[in-house]
Each structure stands twice: as C-alpha cells, then as structure tokens.
Design a protein around this ligand. Sequence first.
Ligand code: SF4
Ligand code: SF4
Length: 171
Amino acid sequence: MSVSMLVDRLTQSLPVLEKRTLDPNDPNPCRGCSDCCEYIAIPISRPRSKSDFDELFWYLLHQNIWIFVDDENDWFVQVNTPCSALSEHRCGVYRRRPHLCREYSVEECTTYAPGDPDKYLFKSPDDLREFVKLHRPKTYARLVKHYPDGFPTKSDNSTPAPSTARSVQSA
Ligand code: SF4
Ligand code: SF4
C-alpha cells in the first residue's frame, strides 16, 4: 500500500460530523445534539515502545473502544457509551450535572469547533497498525517480529483458541 493510500485510509477513518456555526444569540446551541454526552475520553500516555502499542491493540480489540489523538498530540481512549442521564438529547440531571460537564465549552466542541476534532482516530487494530507502519517504522519492524502470526485484528478467520487471559481455575 502506498503512503498516499495509507494517508487516505487514516483520513477516511475520521468521523464525519455535522458542523454548525455558533450563533452568539442562540440561547440553546446544543438543541438536538448530545455528541459530548455519548462517550468518555480517558487520557493515556503517548505510546513509544512496542509494548505500549501492544496495549493499544488490546484496547482496540474490545467493543465500543476507540483511540484518538487530539490536535495537541495528546492520546486518549474513547469509550463509546452514552451517559445514563441522557434522554432524547437532553441532560436529565442538568442542575446536578458534574462540573466537568459545566466546564465543557460549546466553542471547542465537536459540533462547533472549526476543523477536524481529532488528528487521528483509530476504530480498529487495523487502523492503528497502518498508523504505526506509516509514522513509527522502527516500532513497526519490532512489532512484525513480536507478532509472528500477524498483527492483532478483529477479522482473524483462524480456529478460535481458548482465552488465556484471566482464566478461572476450578477448585
Ligand atoms: S456542547 Fe457541542 S457536542 Fe455537546 S451537546 Fe452541545 S453542541 Fe453538542
Ligand atoms: S450529566 Fe448531563 S451533561 Fe453530563 S454527560 Fe450526562 S447527560 Fe451530558
């Protein structure tokens, strides 16, 4: 795959969001939107080593987990799960909502901030593998040796093996 194809692929993985222009006179700019209430983002260390990336592949094998890099090159795990207080795009605990919600600025949100919300978005181990191949070639070479049977992926058709993680010992 050529470098331009890889860039295209990573660009295509960015979400297509309906952008709005903020009207300073609009008393309810969030009308009909609840994007920022439908996931949580947890900051993680910037990955450097092959074991750092191995952990990120593990994250991305789980359902409803994405990883994104913001425009300041900070890395986050995104857990796609709506807030339980959300109802029909409205906050059901508005007067008692956490301060984190109160401090979130509509000017910087995914709906109103200009440009793409993320520098990179990884929705699958395959997305991350392409990123490492393109941007971290030395780490990619180490990972190729680390995974002699191929990189972790969600679309492996080989015979399933029993889970080895956290196996329960019978008494
Ligand atoms: S702050 Fe932005 S993303 Fe969140 S609900 Fe309002 S318009 Fe939507
Ligand atoms: S508490 Fe309200 S504002 Fe905060 S995430 Fe939940 S629904 Fe959104």
